[in-house]
Ligand binder design. Structure first.
Ligand code: ADP
Ligand code: MG
Ligand code: MG
Length: 893
């Protein structure tokens, strides 16, 4: 039988694992249906149908009949027809992609109402006000999302109606008022959209379905996907769900809930509830919600049932869930659930809590956290002891400490941040139009809305500091200012500080202190000790899980003893990259200058002789700090002119001295040297192993310093494990020459000190040619360290310093990269060279040690890649070590 595409699934047909096809909302509605929870019946149109529609501009031909069949079945089941005049079936048409995109996509409620059926609904419900309220909502939502009418026009009309009647909230408008509003809304539709509001229920439904498909490609949805790295070609599913009504009076209502606190992870009753309301009312801040716990007093039976369902969901999903529900005249309905977003801190706590509850094991726990979250927890926080003027407190919606100038609209936030200002975006509440401003801001502050408001959800997703619902702040966006309790006015441009972990808002700039997680890694705070908070405890345990699981070792990039010691505290298992050029700076510059200017061999040898003890001392300290662990020392890499003064500055100095007729012989020689060494393209010039080959004695001096330092440590009963690394090798011949010289120097030091040093000699693989001839190079190298920064530059043929500022934004915008290849390893290009070079190297020398040094060593996604291609270790900056350890553990599960 030929395969026939199936584009529509009843809620009873799907399950939670079909998110690709049914979207997250559809898959979970199906899952809840099959769990026997009270979900209003309905069906889901697949993302496949959406993709066909978006590609061709038309529905797949089979779709209409399939939808009709499912609609028939739904009507049968409900005992009424869509929009039927005397007793209408109403449905919602809801978007729902694989990944949640809060507020990005469209949903239309109350489809099926018309001039006729509104009367039937009124009669059936015995409530005329309710019917007209539902109808005006339909025209409003449909007008805005399907027909593209400016939503403000409806909002304003609603405001005018309330004003005319002298009331505050929409529930105080009666049936007659709402009827008038419906007439006004229909007129608005007619003038703005150039067509009548459709009276045919099926036409309403079909147009709404297309509008949901189309909402996949709105600008704001595209921007959000880029931010969140969600692929652009997934499409959205569409859920058609029979309506239940929270706006049927005080015994009805709608709410949102979390099974645990998404900020702390604590179990409890978290959520908001709003009586006599529908849909988004609860998060839109149109009326004040009550905390979910209040529901127990309002409707105990529904409350108890909801608690029961929340427990069922946690035990089923084995994770924090968030929920949308509606109560219709005392009957509870579940409208949505999903594994809920959470803060970084809560992710760690929840993972360990679930392990303790026996719900998940260590391996699964590691999948519940990630390195980006850990990095976020390592951010500094506000100093609690600082005398800061607190002016308000809202809900701690997304943690972090943000300081910046208050701005009151998205446009200004973007403009100011482009010119280098740090800003805090202050709004009454945010909506998807504020997205640009939220991205540009250091933090977001709103005076309305709860933990589930748009601002809170989006900020948490972006890892951005957010305080929301700070109600005592009077935000006046029109006049670009905010009045704080006591009457002080914060004008646009005044500095404020917001604490997303406590919800506190301060005037002025509050100083920041290190995070407790960093204090823990530094060994200044201990898990299990009195002062250790739950977060430190959770991080400590998760790191232990990761360390038990991981195969990759983690080393640090560190050039001095201080960094090395910190790296050790953070869990480094050695140094993967010690850059020796740092040892040539400061007051040693003069010696280096003399080396470069040397005219005779004797002069050159003299300056090398003076550099030797200085280098040696650096190495002794480093080997001591890393005693017992490997330390890879890279011989000098950067072009020599980097150690000489700036050419313009020097020219000025020479010219000045000349005009004053002062002696300037040295400056002149220096200037000549700068000219001589000047390169058009230093990145591809005289650097790395090339320096070692053309400046006699330079590399051997460095090797001698390493060897003598190692011998000294041995004499002091230490356990130095130095490895000598030759940079920028392109061919095995270069390496062989340098290696022979090095071997000879090491032998001399061994003979002179009477010690066996066992120094390994290896090379960086950072040129395409080196990677392509890795099999040959391995004959002369005991280890490879992939220098993925330079390898990325040379494989792509662009210099990082130049391109990131110039065309990278355009490339990212055009989707050529999802992320900069300097941030995350380009698996297909650079990564495939790493993979083949590793294999070729090992086939020549099976015990070849393989590592990577370079920014990628601390990047989560790249760490997973290096694990997969079988490297032995990654090396990264000390602060990234915990992240690399965690991700290496995650990669191994
Ligand atoms: P979003 O993805 O923005 O949350 P939803 O599709 O969940 O959009 O719908 C928006 C609001 O309407 C939610 O509060 C939801 O609970 C409510 N809603 C959706 N479908 C129905 C329905 N069939 N009956 C009652 N309320 C509904
Ligand atoms: Mg919503
Ligand atoms: Mg929803």
């Amino acid at each position: 039988e030929p395969h026939v595409a199936k584009f529509v699934y009843d809620f009873t047909e799907g399950n939670k694992d079909l998110k690709d096809l049914l979207g997250g909302k559809g898959a979970n509605l199906a899952e809840m249906t099959n769990l026997g929870l009270p979900v209003p019946p309905g069906f889901t149109i697949t993302t496949e149908a959406c993709k066909v529609y978006l590609d061709s501009g038309e529905e797949p031909p089979a779709l209409r009949d399939e939808v009709s069949a499912h609609l028939d079945a739904l009507e049968q089941r409900m005992g009424k027809k869509l929009g039927q005049a005397d007793d209408p079936l109403l449905v919602s048409v809801r978007s729902g992609a694989k990944f949640s995109m809060p507020g990005m996509m469209d949903t239309v409620l109350n489809i099926g109402l018309s001039d006729k059926s509104v009367k039937g609904l009124a009669k059936q419900a015995g409530d005329e006000r309710f019917a007209w309220d539902s109808y005006r909502r339909l025209i409003q939502m449909f007008g805005k999302t399907v027909l593209g009418v400016d939503g403000e026009l409806f909002e304003e009309a609603l405001e005018r109606a309330k004003e005319a009647k002298g009331v505050q909230v929409d529930t105080e408008l009666d049936a007659a008022d709402l009827k008038k509003l419906v007439t006004a809304f229909k007129k608005t539709v007619k003038t703005e959209a150039g067509r009548d509001f459709p009276q045919d229920p099926r036409e309403q439904m079909d147009l709404a379905i297309h509008a949901v498909f189309d909402s996949w490609n709105t600008d704001r949805a595209k921007l959000y996907r880029r931010q969140e790295r969600i692929p652009g070609d997934l499409g959205t599913a569409v859920n058609v769900c029979s309506m239940v009504f929270g706006n049927l009076g005080p015994d009805s209502g709608t709410g949102v809930a979390f099974t645990r606190d998404p900020a702390s992870g604590h179990q409890g009753v978290y959520g908001d509830y709003l009586q006599n309301a529908q849909g988004e009312d609860v998060v839109a801040g149109i009326r004040n919600t009550v905390p979910l716990a209040e529901l127990e007093n309002i409707d105990k039976a529904s409350y108890d049932q909801l608690m029961q369902i929340m427990e069922t969901l946690e035990n089923h999903y084995l994770d924090l869930c968030d929920i949308e529900f509606t109560i219709e005249r005392g009957k509870l309905w579940m409208l949505q659930t999903r594994v809920g977003k959470r803060t970084a801190g809560a992710a760690f706590r929840i993972a360990t809590q679930l392990v303790d509850q026996g719900l998940i094991d260590e391996t699964e726990a590691l999948q519940r956290v990630n390195g980006a979250q850990l990095a976020q927890l390592m951010f500094p926080r506000f100093d609690e002891d600082a005398r800061a003027e607190q002016v308000g407190r809202g809900i701690a919606a997304s943690p972090g400490a943000a300081v910046g100038k208050a701005v009151f609209d998205s446009y200004t936030a973007v403009k100011w941040s482009r010119s280098g200002e740090k800003v805090i975006l202050v709004r009454r509440e945010t909506n998807p139009d504020d997205l640009d401003g939220m991205i540009a801001a250091e933090g977001i502050l709103t005076s309305r809305g709860g933990k589930t408001s748009h601002a809170a959800v989006v900020a948490r997703g972006m890892g951005k500091t957010c305080v929301c619902g700070a109600e005592e702040l009077e935000v006046d966006t029109k006049r670009r200012r905010m009045i704080v309790p006591g009457g002080h006015v914060v004008e646009e441009g005044d500095v404020i500080s917001i604490d997303g972990s406590s919800g506190k808002v301060y005037l002025g700039e509050v100083p920041v202190v290190p995070s407790p997680v960093v204090e823990y890694f530094e060994g200044r705070m201990h898990p299990g000790a009195d002062d250790a908070d739950e977060l430190v405890e959770a991080v400590h345990r998760m790191m232990a899980f990761a360390d038990r699981k991981r195969r990759l070792r983690v080393r640090a990039n560190a050039d001095n003893a201080e960094d090395a010691m910190r790296a050790r505290r953070f869990g480094a298992q050695g140094i993967g990259l010690c850059r020796t050029e740092h040892m040539f700076l400061g007051d040693r510059r003069e010696l280096v200058e003399r080396l470069i200017l040397a005219d005779t061999e004797a002069e050159r040898e003299e300056s090398l002789k003076q550099l030797l003890p200085l280098q040696k001392r650096d190495f002794v300290e480093l080997f001591e700090a890393m005693d017992g662990l490997p330390v890879t020392v890279r011989l000098l890499d950067p072009p020599l002119h980097e150690f000489l003064p700036d050419i313009t500055e020097l020219s000025v100095r020479v010219a000045l001295a000349e005009s004053r007729q002062e002696p300037h012989e040295n400056e002149l020689r220096l200037l000549q040297a700068v000219h001589r060494l000047h390169e058009q393209n230093p990145m591809l010039g005289l650097r790395g192993v090339r320096l070692g080959l053309v400046i006699p004695g330079l590399f051997t001096m460095q090797v001698r310093a390493i060897a003598e330092a190692a011998a000294e440590r041995k004499a002091a009963k230490g356990d130095p494990r130095a490895e000598i690394m030759i940079p920028l090798v392109g061919t095995v011949q270069e390496l062989e020459i340098v290696r022979d010289e090095a071997d000879q120097v090491i032998a001399e030091v061994e003979a002179a000190t009477g010690t066996r040093l066992k120094l390994a000699i290896g090379t960086m693989i950072e040129l395409p040619r080196a990677a392509l001839t890795a099999g040959q190079i391995a004959e002369a190298a005991e280890f490879f360290s992939f220098g993925t920064n330079d390898l990325t530059q040379t494989v792509w043929g662009f210099s990082r310093d130049d391109v990131e500022a110039s065309f990278f934004t355009a490339y990212l915008e055009k989707g050529i990269f999802g992320v900069s290849p300097f941030e995350t390893i380009d698996k297909d290009g650079v990564g495939s060279l790493v993979k083949s070079a590793a294999a070729a190297g090992r086939s020549t020398r099976p015990d070849l040690k393989l590592g990577v040094c370079g920014e990628h060593g601390g990047d989560p996604e790249s760490v997973h890649f290096f694990h997969e291609v079988g490297l032995d270790y990654v090396s990264c900056s000390p602060f990234r070590i915990p992240v690399a350890r965690l991700e290496a553990g995650r990669a191994a599960t």
